[in-house]
Design a protein around this ligand. Structure first.
Ligand code: PLP
Length: 334
C-alpha cells in the first residue's frame, strides 16, 4: 500500500481527523451485506431517531444528504425565483453556490474586522425581496460565535415571513453553556430553521447526513423537495451507532478542542491575529501579500488549507498536523 505521507495534511475541509469509533465501523461493516436493498422511499426512521435524541416531534426534523443537501432544499423552497438570500461574506461556500443554482440572488454582508457576522447590517439588508436569511454559529470560516442575546435580538428584527436559517454545523465543539437554546427559540419563532450535520464532530462526512429542525409547517415545505430513495441507507446505521458511542465521540471533540487551543495559541505567539474559534478550525487573519506567502509555504510542506481574501482557514488536525502547521508558519513569518 502507498504510504499515507504523500496525502499530506488535509486541513481544508474542516473534516474530523479521526475515523469513526470501532463500534460505528463494526455496525457499518455489518450493514454492508444489505447493500443490495434500497433505503426507505422517503426517510422516516432517521428523522424519528434524531427527533427522539433532541426531544422534539419527528415532524420537526427533515434530513438530507449532508447539511448541504438540506440547504439545497431550503433554497429551492425559499430562495428561488430571483428572491434574495441574505448572508455574510465569506460564509460556507454552499450558501452562495446553492442559492444561485436555485435561481435566487445572494445578498452578501461583509464580516466585521474581528471575524464576526455583522448582525445589524444583515438585519438591515433584509427587504421586500428577501425570503431567507442565513447566519452560522460558529461561523465558517472564522469560527466566531453568536451569543444567545445577540441571536434573540436579531430574530426580533426579522419579519415573520422571512425564514431564518441558523447553521450550527459546528455546535458540538461549543461548550454547552455557550450554546443558543434553539429548542426554546423554535417554539417562539415558527420562521426559524436550525441546521446540523454529522460530518464534523461525528466524523461521518463521507456518509452525507445532515438535518434541519423547525416548526412542522416549515419542515414540510423543505421536505417536499426530497429525492425518493435519496438518503444513503448506511446513514441511519451510522447515526444510530454514533448515538450509542457518544462517550467516544465526546472524547474526540475534547481532543480536537485541545489541539485547537494549541494551534491558536501557537499562532498568536508568533504575533499573528487569530479570532477566538469555537469550531474545529482556526482562522489566520493576514495582510494580502502574506496570505499567498504563508499558504504557499504550507502547500510546499504538503499542508492543505483554505485561502480567503483576508486570511487562511486551517482545520484542526491531529497533534502531528498541528506541529507541522506551527513549524511551517513559524519558519515563514520569522
Ligand atoms: C457552516 C457549514 N454548514 C454546512 C456545511 C455542510 O456540511 P455537510 O454537507 O457535510 O453536512 C459545512 C461544511 O463545511 C459548513 O461549514
Amino acid at each position: 500500500m502507498a504510504p499515507l505521507a504523500w496525502i499530506g495534511h488535509q486541513l481544508q475541509l474542516n473534516e474530523n481527523p479521526y475515523g469513526p469509533p470501532p463500534s460505528v465501523r463494526e455496525a457499518l461493516s455489518a450493514a454492508l451485506s444489505s447493500a443490495n436493498r434500497y433505503p426507505e422511499f422517503l426517510p422516516q426512521r432517521l428523522p424519528r431517531l434524531i427527533a427522539e435524541r433532541l426531544g422534539v416531534a419527528p415532524d420537526c426534523i427533515v434530513v438530507g444528504a449532508g447539511a448541504t443537501g438540506v440547504i439545497m432544499h431550503i433554497v429551492q423552497e425559499f430562495g428561488s425565483g430571483g428572491s434574495s438570500v441574505v448572508m455574510a461574506v465569506p460564509t460556507f461556500d454552499g450558501y452562495p453556490i446553492l442559492t444561485a443554482m436555485a435561481g435566487g440572488r445572494p445578498v452578501t454582508v461583509p464580516l466585521m474586522l474581528d471575524g464576526r457576522q455583522d448582525l445589524d447590517a444583515i438585519a438591515e439588508a433584509v427587504d421586500e425581496q428577501t425570503r431567507l436569511v442565513v447566519l452560522c454559529s460558529p461561523h465558517n470560516p472564522t469560527g466566531t460565535l453568536i451569543t444567545p442575546p445577540e441571536f434573540e435580538k436579531f430574530l426580533l428584527r426579522i419579519p415573520p415571513a422571512v425564514t431564518v436559517v441558523l447553521d450550527e454545523a459546528y455546535v458540538d465543539f461549543v461548550a454547552p453553556g455557550e450554546r443558543i437554546d434553539v429548542l426554546t427559540l423554535l417554539d417562539e419563532h415558527p420562521n426559524l430553521l436550525v441546521l446540523r450535520t454529522f460530518s464534523k464532530a461525528y466524523g461521518l462526512a463521507a456518509l452525507r447526513v445532515g438535518y434541519a429542525v423547525g416548526a412542522p409547517a416549515l419542515i414540510e415545505r423543505v421536505a417536499r423537495w426530497q429525492l425518493p430513495f435519496g438518503m444513503n441507507a448506511l446513514a441511519e446505521v451510522a447515526v444510530r451507532a454514533c448515538y450509542a458511542a457518544e462517550p467516544e465521540i465526546a472524547e474526540r471533540v475534547t481532543v480536537i478542542g485541545e489541539h485547537r487551543r494549541r494551534l491558536t495559541a501557537g499562532l498568536r505567539e508568533l504575533g499573528l491575529c487569530v479570532p477566538d474559534s469555537y469550531a474545529n478550525f482556526s482562522y489566520l487573519t493576514l495582510p494580502g501579500p502574506d496570505i499567498d506567502r504563508v499558504g504557499t509555504a504550507l502547500a510546499g510542506a504538503n499542508i492543505h488549507v483554505k485561502h480567503y481574501p483576508t486570511g487562511l482557514r486551517i482545520t484542526v488536525g491531529d497533534r502531528v498536523a498541528t506541529d507541522a502547521v506551527l513549524h511551517t508558519v513559524r519558519s515563514t513569518v520569522q
